[in-house]
Ligand binder design. Structure first.
Ligand code: GLA
Length: 713
């Protein structure tokens, strides 16, 4: 619901309200973000006025008004607000700006062109004019149907020449309070580690300047009341529908906490000529009064319903056998055919040929960009492999790394200027990044990929991205280097858009050295993303736990791999690996030829069991029960929306002697329903399961257990 009373705006989702006003002088003031409140009371909300060592702007209509203390919706620069501005633009007249209200419009979903976005909604567009410059800023607020999220973005139109130095997507000033901030940091093989710290006075800023949202910091920031926990208390979530260099800030000042973010301004600049516009990516703002768990469910529901590709989001996922950890680069047609022969009877339905099938790609030092089948390695090309898959009722998938170029490649030899940067360049995994800010390069990569997708029956594409951008410069962007990182992302999105549109039946999985680009931008095109290169179930449980703070389980691609694990050397049972992989879009990535008959039977049973619970993974509500970062245990429970079914996976990190009285209290069930717990052979009420709980089974190091719960009618 969007309601407007005079110059007051009330945006209400199912459970939240967001209120702001244009005051008499035209300043846009933030009034409220929290649990839903009555529309008729909106006129009683007031922005505090406070002036003490804070300057008063010339247009102020009250003597105690200062932009330095007023809670704002989008902060300008140089008019006495000493906090960080939301946008900075340099023009002949300097950098100061003074944005004031100039009207509004309400209409159908307005989306940022060329960027991933919320797929449906109603949009309030609030127009601001700068009294100091010929500049118009429009703030967009979109409410998606039946959702608890507010989506914001910003567009700036220049009536005179200017250089944007910062152009954040959103900003708001929350009232002063005791807050913590939670971010998801990490590294390769250990993505999205939750880190919660008090928000002290000053600036908390998270960012990526790598040209990708990155393993190191995810494009999501939660601001939590200090008293909030997993299941209770006020939590705000701020995530970006963007996959490039980003920044999110929470700045605790004298009167409030300014939260804002968008494209990272470090190294960013954008030239606008007269009449030109710049559009910032969308941000997801959400509020939950049920703690971090509640916020995660709001995010999961929103992403599934309004961001992920509708065609694939709720459809049963391919259960892949991926050859990467089975063979690495060492494969040929016979070894691949053998793998397919083994996979089909186990119930795997898609074979994915990973890195190494193209050009002279015998290792990771060469051939990226040469997207032609290596027929020396694969006798007869892809056709015999695809035919073999089909004969066994399986589909075929192929790995690409579209954004990359190796120095040792035909593509580089033909177009040495296509790599970002100028000589000498930094290498990373011995490769360079293609300059996707240049449409002709995107066109060529599209042509190469489209040729393969047209010629062959390919139903699955894994889109990888294995290095970050270092030199933000190039032959063609001289003088406009600050635009390169964002223009690069526009190129990536253009390619993803074209491929997914023209090949709508192909299922795309995103990847970036594991989960280095796991964000809402990528999820707009790809229904799932490879969560991490770390497939050790103990480590994976933690990575999936952290990822679940801001993303749905079904978006996490999770494979069962070999033991000892290739990344950690840890030995775990096949059942353990299967259980942890069943908490996402499950698949397999190991040499099936080395399995014993018992292991094959076990995998068959795992796949049958997975298909049984898949509906829960695709549509259910996740409840995090035991935090593996804080306790010796891990447990997650997914409950169907009608609360009739639930599935729990638990893990014991280390066996603790005589630790026999640990109770696990379930969550999210219906107190009054009776549930049969299949593995325990008992039937109990939801109230008992949630309040008295169940004993954690006695287990050894790195062992898991599962409980299937079914309503008894
Ligand atoms: C990345 C991916 C892996 C695999 C390799 C291939 O690291 O995350 O899954 O595809 O590249 O080079």
């Amino acid at each position: 619901m969007i309601s407007v009373t005079g110059r007051r705006f009330h945006l209400a989702g199912k459970n939240f309200s967001y209120v702001f006003e244009a005051d008499a002088a035209g300043y846009l003031l933030h009034l409220y973000f929290g649990p839903r409140i009555a529309d008729e009371d909106i006129s009683h909300l007031a922005a505090p006025s406070f002036l003490s060592f804070s300057p008063m702007p010339p247009q102020a209509t009250s003597v105690d008004f200062s932009l330095d203390t007023a809670p704002q919706e989008y902060a300008t620069y140089g008019q006495g607000d000493f906090r960080r501005p939301s946008a900075i633009y340099r023009r002949k007249g300097g950098r100061a700006s003074n944005l004031r209200y100039a009207g509004y419009e309400i209409g159908e979903n307005v989306v940022p062109q060329g960027l991933p976005h919320v797929r449906a909604g109603e949009t309030l567009a609030v127009k601001l004019h700068d009294t100091l410059a010929d500049v118009a800023v429009t703030l967009y607020y979109t409410l998606a149907p039946d959702s608890d999220v507010l989506v914001r973005h910003m567009e700036i139109e220049a009536g005179e020449e200017l250089t944007l130095e910062r152009a954040f997507s959103f900003s708001l000033d929350l009232p002063v309070g005791e807050y913590d901030v939670l971010r998801l940091h990490g590294r390769h093989l250990a993505e999205r580690i939750p880190c919660r710290t008090p928000l002290g006075h000053g600036l908390c800023r998270i960012e990526s300047s790598r040209g990708a949202s990155s393993h190191q910091m995810n494009a999501f920031l939660a601001v939590m009341e200090h008293a909030a926990g997993e299941d209770h208390g006020s939590v705000y979530g701020f995530g970006l529908i963007y996959s490039g260099s980003f920044a999110l800030e929470a700045e605790c000042g004298q009167t409030d906490v300014r939260v804002q973010g968008g494209i990272n301004d470090l190294g960013f600049s954008w030239e606008l000529g007269r009449g030109e516009k710049f559009t910032a990516p969308q941000a997801i703002l959400a509020y939950s009064s049920s703690g971090m768990g509640g916020l995660s469910r709001v995010y999961a529901d929103f992403l599934r319903a309004h961001i992920l590709p509708p065609k694939h989001v709720y459809s049963p996922r391919p259960i892949v056998i991926n050859n990467w950890e089975a063979t690495y680069f060492d494969f040929d047609t016979p070894s691949i055919l053998k793998l397919i022969d083994e996979a089909a009877p186990l119930g795997m339905d898609t074979f994915v040929l990973d890195d190494g099938w193209f050009g002279a790609r015998s290792d990771d030092h060469r051939a990226l960009g040469d997207w032609y089948v290596n027929t020396q390695k694969l006798a007869g090309g892809l056709q015999p492999i695809i035919a073999h898959c089909k004969e066994r009722g399986m589909k075929f998938g192929l790995w690409f790394e579209p954004e990359m170029i190796s120095e040792d490649s035909d593509l580089f030899r033909a177009h040495p200027d296509w790599a970002i940067g100028t000589e000498p360049r930094c290498k990373s995994r011995d490769q360079y990044v293609l300059d996707f800010s240049r449409p002709e390069i995107v066109d060529e990569i599209y042509a190469r990929m489209a040729a393969l997708l047209t010629e062959y029956d390919i139903s699955y594409v894994k889109w990888d991205m294995n290095r970050h951008i270092t030199e933000f410069c190039g032959e063609k962007c001289r003088g406009r280097e600050g635009e390169l990182a964002h223009r690069y992302m526009l190129g990536v999105y253009a390619l993803a858009e074209r491929l997914t549109k023209n090949f709508p039946d192909v299922f795309f999985e995103g990847c970036s050295g594991g989960g280095g680009r796991f964000d809402a931008g990528m999820l707009y095109y790809f229904p799932q993303v490879w969560t991490s290169d770390d497939t050790d179930p103990f480590e994976r449980a933690k990575i999936q736990w952290g990822t679940s703070y801001a993303y749905p389980m079904s978006a996490m691609s999770c494979h069962v791999s070999a033991s000892p694990n290739h990344q950690t050397g840890r030995k775990t049972a096949l059942s353990v690996r299967g259980h942890i992989a069943s908490l996402g879009a499950t698949g397999y990535e190991l040499d099936l030829c080395k399995l014993t008959e018992e292991e094959k039977e076990e995998i068959k049973a795992q796949i049958r069991a997975y298909r049984e619970t898949e509906e829960l993974i695709l549509r259910g509500d996740l409840y995090r029960l035991c935090d593996p970062f804080e306790t010796n245990y891990f447990a997650e429970l997914v409950v169907s929306k009608d609360k009739a079914r639930a599935y729990l996976v638990g893990m014991t990190a280390r066996f603790i002697p005589s630790d026999y009285n640990r109770r696990l209290r379930l969550k999210g069930l219906d107190e009054n329903k009776q549930y049969h717990v299949r593995e325990l052979g008992i039937t109990l009420h939801g109230s008992t399961l949630m309040h008295a709980g169940l004993l954690i089974p006695k287990q050894h190091d790195y062992e898991t257990w599962v409980w299937h719960l079914e309503e008894v009618l």
